[in-house]
Structures are given as structure tokens and as C-alpha cells.
Design a protein around this ligand. Structure first.
Ligand code: NAP
Ligand code: ZN
Ligand code: ZN
Length: 373
């Protein structure tokens, strides 16, 4: 199949091939097997056979149109690791057989001030998301990692540290960088008391990373079953956030709070934990607004902020940091045919701490069976 697209340089023909994927046709429909097109690698492209793909809560928000911006069909997945199968003739960083990874972005304008500073996620023209963004090559939407393979410009492909378990490395590509970037930005390190709120995929990575950066880490969870476990992850203390007395112990005590909660919650309860000049950064992206009381911010000159994933150079820095400190995600491996059930469990906070899809399951017979059931 050949797609034709008009570009600034004129009309360009792009070859594409059919690839198996798992996605959804509507906000209320389950994910099921479907076919998508992937472009044939252009000179700067790397073609990757996807071996593992993490399941981020953003996949669920997007598949169900909770952010009101989804174009269907939607193929989620932006925690991708795999093996390079072919490269374009100008590619210098990768060759066939190498391990490679792709995170939340596959392109950006590369010319604006933010792109030049390595902040491609904040590109003035908007970054090209790994899924649910306009595809500059094929004129369709971009499709994510719940698929057999992906073709990405080498500038947006990451190197995987050889010493880490490959499946458990996949979640670093979103959960890892999304927590690493704000922890670095707000100077988390020795002498700093840091709160992590919501111990899911992102939160558990934040605990491991903040500990490795040398901070004292306090976990805030709604799940009694995570209290002991959070200590195993490295937390110095764990607070059951529904217990007001436990919460009061840390009122006005923390330098920084990273909030990775995916649903409605009282943000004021966490702003009140900050010291004078402390900051709370939201990485969690609930569907509805979070009301903030003026007096949660004013008396302590507190800052309420947000942070989105991380740039490409910073993502590589994070992967290398994880390689050096032997940090990976705690994962539960699933087959792609279990994805709808996994979404339901994710909504209940019932995963320790990241589902990772073994993409080999997309190739086996069960995929066809699930489709026919
Ligand atoms: P996740 O694995 O589902 O974890 C979310 C955690 O939030 C849960 O484990 C739970 O932790 C807590 N939680 C859930 N419902 C709650 C409720 N009603 N009240 C209080 N706490 C609740 O999700 P994730 O993949 O880590 O993603 C977290 C959020 O970050 C999502 O909204 C996602 O879209 C967003 N995200 C943002 C970026 C970015 O660039 N900013 C990137 C990736 C993801 P406890 O059991 O410990 O309470
Ligand atoms: Zn994500
Ligand atoms: Zn840009």
C-alpha cells in the first residue's frame, strides 16, 4: 500500500505496510485486534520490533477519551522496548539487532527554542505523541506500542542499558522520565524531604528515583496493602492518606511533593504538607479540575506546579541513571488479550506496580481467538 502526502518539499510518496495492533474504535468499546499502517523506514528512521510495552494510565484516559481529545481508532502504548529490525541509510546511532526504546514522543518541530533546549515535550508547535497525534508521514494518527512494530526517527529513539531486565525497563519510558524530570527540576537530593502521592506506575518509580537521588522519601497512599510494600521500594516512611492524624505528622514539613494520582482527590491536603517555599508538582492528570484553596498556598509562599514527561536527552540521561543504579519497574507481565481486564484493575489501583504487555502474545493464536469470542 502506498500513501501519498504533500509536504513543504513537494509531493512525497511513502511506502507503508500493514501491522497487527490492539486498539479501540470508540471511548466505550473494549480494545481488540486491528490492523494499522506503518511507514517503510525513510533515511533517518529506525524500524523496531516491539518486544514489551508498558501500560500507562494515560493509555486508559486516552482510550476512553477522558481528556476529550482522542481520535479513533486509537492504539495506545508509549513505554516501548524492542529490537531494531532495519534502519534507513542515514541512521548512525542504531543498527539491526540493537535494543532500542521509544517513549511518549516520536517527533517535534526541532527548531523552536524549547526543542533546541531539549524540551521537545513543550515544543511550540506541539510534540508528536507516540499515539493520538497527527502523523506527519502518513497523514493519519500516530499509533502506539500495542503493536508488532513501530517506525521512528532515530532522533526520538533511546538506547537501553544492557544490564537491565528488558521488560521491566519498558515503564521507564514514561513512568520513569515523568517522575525523574520533576525530581531533577525541583532539585531533589540529599537533605530534602520529598512526598510521593499515589503509588501506581509513576509513584513507585518516583520513590525509587528520589531515593537514588539521596532524598528522604515519604509515601502517601490510599491503599493499606501498599504501606509495607512502599518501604520495600525504598520509602523512609509511609502515610495512609485517609488517616488525618498520620497526615498531620508531616504538615509544613516537606520540601517537595510529587502528586501522581490519576483521579479526583483533595489537593489541599497535600499542599498543606509543604514547608515555606515548598513546591507541589502534579504529574497525575485527573479528568476533572482540582479545586485549590488560596490559603493552602498563601501563608507558606507555596508553589503549585505541573510537569509533563521529559525531553529526549533527559530521557536518555534517566535511562543511563537507572542503568547505573540498577533501577527498573516492578512489573506484572500480561498478554495483550488481557488488556481490558488490566484496565479495570488499573482503575482499582490493583497492580504492583506496572502492567507490561509481552508483545509476543500479539503474534500467537490467542489474539485471533479473543477476536472471535
Ligand atoms: P496508576 O498506576 O493507575 O496509579 C495511580 C495511583 O493513584 C493509584 O495507584 C493510587 O495510588 C492513586 N489513586 C487512584 N485513584 C485514586 C483516588 N480516587 N484517590 C486517591 N488516590 C487514587 O497510574 P499511572 O500510570 O501511575 O499514572 C498516574 C497519572 O499520571 C495518570 O493520571 C496519568 O495519566 C498521568 N500521567 C501523566 C504524565 C505527565 O506527563 N504528566 C505522564 C504519564 C502519566 P495509591 O493506591 O497509592 O493511593
Ligand atoms: Zn504514560
Ligand atoms: Zn519545537
Amino acid at each position: 500500500m502506498e500513501a501519498v502526502k504533500a509536504t513543504a518539499e513537494g509531493v512525497k510518496a511513502v511506502n507503508a505496510k500493514k501491522v497487527k495492533a490492539f486498539g479501540t474504535e470508540a471511548a466505550t468499546a473494549p480494545l481488540n485486534q486491528l490492523n494499522i499502517q506503518r511507514r517503510k523506514p525513510t533515511p533517518h528512521d529506525v524500524e523496531i520490533e516491539i518486544l514489551y510495552c508498558g501500560v500507562c494510565h494515560s493509555d486508559l484516559h486516552t482510550a476512553r477519551n477522558e481528556w476529550h481529545s482522542t481520535t479513533y481508532p486509537c492504539v495506545p502504548g508509549h513505554e516501548i522496548v524492542g529490537k531494531v529490525v532495519s534502519v534507513g541509510n542515514h541512521v548512525t546511532k542504531f543498527k539491526a539487532g540493537d535494543l532500542a526504546a521509544v517513549g511518549c514522543m516520536v517527533d517535534s518541530c526541532r527548531q523552536c527554542d524549547y526543542c533546541k533546549e531539549g524540551l521537545e515535550q513543550y515544543c511550540e508547535e506541539g510534540n508528536t505523541g507516540t499515539y493520538n497525534s497527527p502523523d506527519k508521514h502518513l497523514g493519519t494518527q500516530t499509533y502506539g506500542g500495542y503493536s508488532e512494530s513501530i517506525v521512528v526517527d532515530e532522533a526520538f529513539v533511546l538506547r537501553v542499558p544492557e544490564n537491565l531486565d528488558l521488560a521491566a525497563t519498558a515503564p521507564l519510558l514514561c513512568a520513569g522520565i515523568t517522575t525523574y524530570s520533576p525530581l531533577k527540576h525541583w532539585n531533589v537530593g540529599p537533605g530534602k524531604k520529598v512526598g510521593v502521592v499515589g503509588i501506581g506506575g509513576l509513584g513507585h518509580m518516583a520513590v525509587k528515583l528520589a531515593k537514588a537521588m539521596g532524598a528522604e522519601v515519604i509515601v502517601f497512599t490510599t491503599s493499606p496493602s501498599k504501606v509495607e510494600d512502599a518501604k520495600r521500594l525504598g520509602a523512609d516512611d509511609v502515610v495512609l492518606s485517609k488517616d488525618e492524624e498520620q497526615m498531620n505528622r508531616y504538615a509544613g514539613k516537606l520540601h517537595f511533593v510529587l502528586d501522581a494520582v490519576s483521579a479526583q482527590h483533595d489537593i489541599n491536603a497535600y499542599l498543606n504538607l509543604l514547608r515555606v517555599d515548598g513546591s507541589l508538582a502534579l504529574v497525575g492528570a485527573p479528568e476533572h479540575p482540582l479545586p485549590v484553596a488560596a490559603f493552602s498556598l498563601i501563608p507558606y509562599r507555596r508553589s503549585f506546579a505541573g510537569s509533563m514527561i521529559g525531553g529526549i536527552a533527559e530521557t536518555q540521561e534517566m535511562l543511563d541513571f537507572c542503568g547505573k543504579h540498577n533501577i527498573v519497574s516492578d512489573i506484572e507481565m500480561i498478554n495483550i488479550q488481557q488488556i481490558n481486564e488490566a484496565y479495570e484493575r488499573l482503575l482499582k489501583g490493583d497492580v504492583k506496580y506496572r502492567f507490561v504487555i509481552d508483545m509476543a502474545s500479539l503474534k500467537n493464536k490467542h489474539a485471533e481467538q479473543a477476536k472471535n469470542n
